[in-house]
Design a binder for this molecule. Structure first.
Ligand SMILES: [Zn+2]
Length: 143
């Protein structure tokens, strides 16, 4: 998860909150969640293909910036990572290079925006993030 998000380690309550969000999203149907890095300052939330796990980091908590990626809630952030996992399970080969990586990021956010448990704000934030990623792709692709 890029963007300007929190760096401070999660406390026990916040970790438990992530565990509950994962249950609400029914993430377990796709892959496991690893909460062991969340207590490390500056750790990153990501989907790891080799381990087939969503690893929760300090940046699962939103930051202060105004862009969608920075203000996305824990629920929207975990939905985005779950979408990466689900797309991987469906056999989607993720581009790791720029600029196509941005289109994959956009698709993951759009995919996540369909998850039923999300509220209106989370859904909008994910769609907004998809738009931002596509706009960045268009800029990169012009060069
Ligand atoms: Zn992503």
């Amino acid at each position: 998860m890029k963007g300007t998000r929190r760096q401070d380690a999660l406390n026990d309550r916040e970790i438990e909150r992530c565990r509950r969000i994962w249950e609400v999203l029914n993430g377990g149907r796709i892959c496991k969640i690893d909460l062991s890095e969340a207590k490390m300052h500056g750790s990153r939330t990501r989907f790891n293909e080799t381990r087939n796990q969503v690893i929760v980091g300090a940046d699962v908590v939103p930051g202060m910036s105004l862009d969608a990626r920075s203000r996305m809630s824990e629920m929207a952030c975990l939905a985005h990572e779950l979408a990466h996992a689900e797309r991987f399970k469906q056999g989607f080969d993720r581009p790791v290079e720029m600029p196509d990586k941005l289109r994959d990021e956009a698709e993951a956010s759009l995919h996540a925006s369909w998850y039923m448990p999300l509220n209106k704000n989370d859904r909008s934030c994910l769609v907004e993030d998809a738009r931002d990623q596509l706009e960045a792709w268009l800029v990169e692709n012009q060069e």
